[in-house]
Ligand binder design. Sequence first.
Ligand code: SAM
Length: 362
Amino acid sequence: MNQRVIPLADERQLARRPAIPSDRPAPDGRLADRRGRQVRDLRISVTDRCNFRCVYCMPKSVFDQDYAFLPRNALLSFEEITRIARLFTAHGVRKIRLTGGEPLLRRNLEDLIAQLAALPDMEVTLTTNGVLLPRKARALKAAGLARVTVSLDALDDAIFRAMNDVDVPVADVLAGIAAADAAGLGPIKINMVVKRGLNDSEILPMARHFRGSGHILRFIEFMDVGSSNGWRMDDVVPSAEVIRRIGAEFPLEATDPNYTGEVAERWRYVDGGGEIGVISSVTQAFCSTCTRARLSTEGRLYTCLFAQSGHDLRPLLREGCSDEELSAAIGAIWQDRNDRYSELRTAATADLRKIEMSYIGG
Ligand code: SAM
């Protein structure tokens, strides 16, 4: 008998069609929400598919051959994505991060990057698992990509293969990092999600490996995104513990953020071996300085990574709304934003049905 559990609700369906306000002031680049937070960053998910099945993100038990990934015609086209991004620019966005799923699986991604990089004052970056970088890094750079962030959760092959669950060796990701470096896509950030008992033994080996490399290793607390990763507070290794463990071998000192609202807290090796970062979404929520909006692959706008529902921009795009109408709708969504999930998180909120990370974009 087929034992597969079909969720009663698919969170992807929970999206409202935004209202178009009758009052449509011209954007002044300073759009702010109900907590005074301006919009500065747009994360765009370009695919909900991935070539990894990381156990904490897209577990095979849920994302198997029967999983209903988005059909092709549901995806926003590059022109639709660029149109939304351009309207966001007028509201104050200066940085775009392409993500997914695995963004390098989206065909001709360079074409999208070229369109986005041509927007005024825009920095375009990308988060990837790195395995396709040897093939793609040069074309991405030529298209106008500024930098990449590469996810790597362990240096030990057995641990890494167990985490990505598709048997990809560490060497493939290291080759991707080297290709990105050679193509000029640095400084490269390396993201390591730390889950207690799974890969926390890799904190020090990762720190030793990337010290002095010029790449910036960042440790991310395991988060309760989505509803399929079985998150428990006990699995979180607090950033303070990461810093303590590394600092015992290589003394560290805190350093100033590069800009207000920077997600990672920066630490520098006292002996000049470079810097690391910690992203403490669970133990030190940074909602009060969050300037990020997220656009899903099919055009739903989310104002929080932990959202339960989004705002469906696609019908507005496909039913002939003017730029002025679309821009006003986006403005109204952001102005109405009041979320601060990570500040309110409890064991009970972790059980809420939230949108999956692979869909909303990491
Ligand atoms: N496929 C790309 C990659 O591997 O970087 C981009 C998408 S992935 C969802 C983006 C980032 O989210 C990765 O660094 C991943 O490790 C992180 N991530 C996924 N689930 C997470 C969780 N539950 N807690 C913390 N980080 C998570």
